[in-house]
Design a protein around this ligand. Structure first.
Ligand SMILES: [Zn+2]
Length: 194
C-alpha cells in the first residue's frame, strides 16, 4: 500500500508507523460539516471538527440528532406514583404541564361519561395527548435535574380559565437518581448539560 500523508500536518498516515486514521463516525461528522479531507489524520480531523464547532452554531441536522439522544433517554425514564425507594437519591420536585382548549369542561365531562359507556371520542384523545405532553415535559425536567426516574407522580386536570374551555394538565413528582441509570438516559443527561 502506498503511503499517504496528512494534508494538514504532513505526517504519514495509516499503516503500522503512520498517524492514526479517523474513525468512521468522525469522518461522517466531518463530512457533514464540510471539513473532511482525503488522508487527513485523526488528530488533524478532530481539531478541524472542534474548530468548526467553535465558530459555527449547530447546523439543523446536528441539532435534531441531539434531540434524538434526548428523546431516547426521555422514553426510558421510569415514572411511578409510589414513594421514592430508600436506596435512591432524591433530586427534588419537578413539574410539567400542558394547556389545551377543548371547549367548556362540562362538555369534556359529559364526553367522558360517553366514553365510559363505550365510545371513544376526540376530547378524551386530546386530553390524553395533553397528558403525554405534560409527562414528557416532566421527564425532560427530570433529565435536566440529572435524574433517571420520577417517583411520587401526581397528575391533575383542571379548567385553566373558568368557562372558557382552557384545560390544564399538570403533573409533578420527585426526580430521582437510581444506582444504575440506563445508558441512553445518562447520555441524554450529558447532552442537556452543555
Ligand atoms: Zn495530520
Amino acid at each position: 500500500m502506498a503511503s499517504n500523508h496528512c494534508p494538514v500536518c504532513g505526517k504519514k498516515v495509516g499503516g503500522l508507523t503512520g498517524e492514526a486514521l479517523p474513525y468512521p463516525r468522525l469522518i461522517e461528522e466531518a463530512t457533514s460539516l464540510g471539513v473532511n479531507q482525503d488522508y487527513i489524520c485523526l488528530n488533524c480531523l478532530e481539531n478541524a471538527v472542534n474548530e468548526y464547532k467553535k465558530i459555527h452554531p449547530l447546523p439543523e441536522g446536528k441539532e435534531s440528532s441531539l434531540q434524538n439522544i434526548i428523546y431516547k433517554g426521555l422514553k426510558k425514564i421510569f415514572i411511578s406514583p409510589s414513594t421514592v425507594p430508600a436506596e435512591a437519591q432524591e433530586l427534588g420536585l419537578i413539574t410539567g404541564y400542558c394547556i389545551l382548549g377543548t371547549g367548556p369542561l362540562t362538555t369534556l365531562v359529559s364526553s367522558v361519561t360517553d366514553t365510559l359507556g363505550i365510545k371513544s371520542n376526540a376530547y378524551l384523545d386530546k386530553v390524553r395527548l395533553a397528558e403525554d405532553e405534560a409527562i414528557d415535559m416532566l421527564k425532560l425536567n427530570a433529565l435536566k435535574a440529572g435524574g433517571d426516574s420520577i417517583y411520587c407522580v401526581h397528575i391533575s386536570l383542571a379548567e385553566a380559565t373558568s368557562g372558557h374551555g382552557m384545560l390544564m394538565v399538570s403533573v409533578y413528582g420527585t426526580a430521582v437518581k437510581t444506582q444504575s441509570p440506563d445508558e441512553d438516559i445518562q447520555q441524554a443527561i450529558e447532552t442537556l448539560k452543555d
